[in-house]
Write a protein that binds this ligand. Structure first.
Ligand code: NAP
Length: 250
């Protein structure tokens, strides 16, 4: 792969950290964004261990000026960012009748406004270069999931966002796709286990019974799908949603 500069949001840990590492292995320098720059240290180290450059930036993706500043810093330190992975995410799960407006807004702000602001700030570099890749992190929850009215609406929204950007940006050599993970073992799913009062091991055992390949997903499973979309050779794949869930979902 030609050397490219990528930005991965929510890259301090979990799926984002695995994606940043994988894109570095693929030949990218990486802007590692998360709420707390210090929390990105391990990811930055993993990127540098591959021989690529990395910069860590404490950036709330739902904050317009913070996003614009972070993208400008990546551009001035590493070069024009032409790969963007909108991965930052939060959960504020609750049944509808108990869900606070603030829980709704937080989830929309991080997933939807965050992806919008990051994509808007980076598209200039992609269209100027005549090449770009945007990968949005959706979820199987986009198809509906009890207790996640906010999250499933946001993750379904990201799929419409993905297809629209694919239509708008295609003629500039920019592809836009989404990965929709099933159950992936990360701090996010561990927090869900805690919230519903089961151990993380129990929760994974329960999940596996519903997963055809007989195991839960790992962050690297998702990084592999992102790597495919980001690849030079994937230029004819755009506006797609790839479910990575160990089996079919519907
Ligand atoms: P995770 O371990 O909780 O990591 C998410 C990261 O995003 C955290 O480092 C978090 O920072 C950061 N973040 C949260 N709000 C942010 C903001 N406003 N600006 C910048 N960074 C922010 O979650 P994960 O499991 O790796 O999930 C990554 C993505 O995959 C999310 O979009 C999630 O919805 C999606 N996904 C996950 C699964 C799964 O099973 N794990 C399934 C489907 C989809 P803090 O730690 O400081 O909060």
């Amino acid at each position: 792969m030609t050397k490219r500069v990528a930005i991965v949001t929510g890259a301090a840990r979990g799926i984002g950290a695995a994606v940043a590492r994988r894109l570095a292995e693929d030949g990218c320098d990486v802007g590692v964004l998360d709420l707390d720059a210090e929390a990105c240290a391990a990811t930055v180290e993993a990127v540098r261990a591959t021989g690529r450059a990395a910069v860590a930036l404490g950036t709330d993706v739902s904050d317009e000026s913070a996003v614009n500043e972070a993208v400008a810093t990546v551009s001035s330190t590493l070069g024009p960012p032409v790969i963007l992975v909108n991965n930052a995410g939060v959960l504020r799960d609750n049944l509808l009748f108990k869900m606070e407006l603030s829980d709704w807004r937080t989830v929309m702000d991080v997933h939807l406004a965050g992806a919008f602001l990051m994509s808007r700030a980076t598209q200039r570099f992609m269209t100027e270069t005549g090449w770009g890749r945007i990968v949005n992190m959706s979820s199987t929850s986009a198809l509906g999931n009890r207790g996640q009215a906010n999250y499933s609406a946001a993750k379904a929204g990201l799929q419409g966002f993905t297809k629209t950007l694919a239509i708008e940006l295609g003629r500039f050599g920019v592809t836009v796709n989404a990965v929709a993970p099933g159950f992936i073992a990360t701090a996010m799913t561990e927090a869900t286990a805690q919230r519903i009062g089961v151990s993380f091991e129990q929760m994974q055992e329960m999940a596996v019974t519903q997963i055809p390949v007989g195991r839960v997903g790992q962050p690297d499973d998702i990084a592999n799908a992102v790597s495919f979309f980001a690849d030079e050779r994937s230029g004819f794949v755009s506006g797609q949603v790839l479910y990575v869930a160990g089996g079919p979902v519907n």
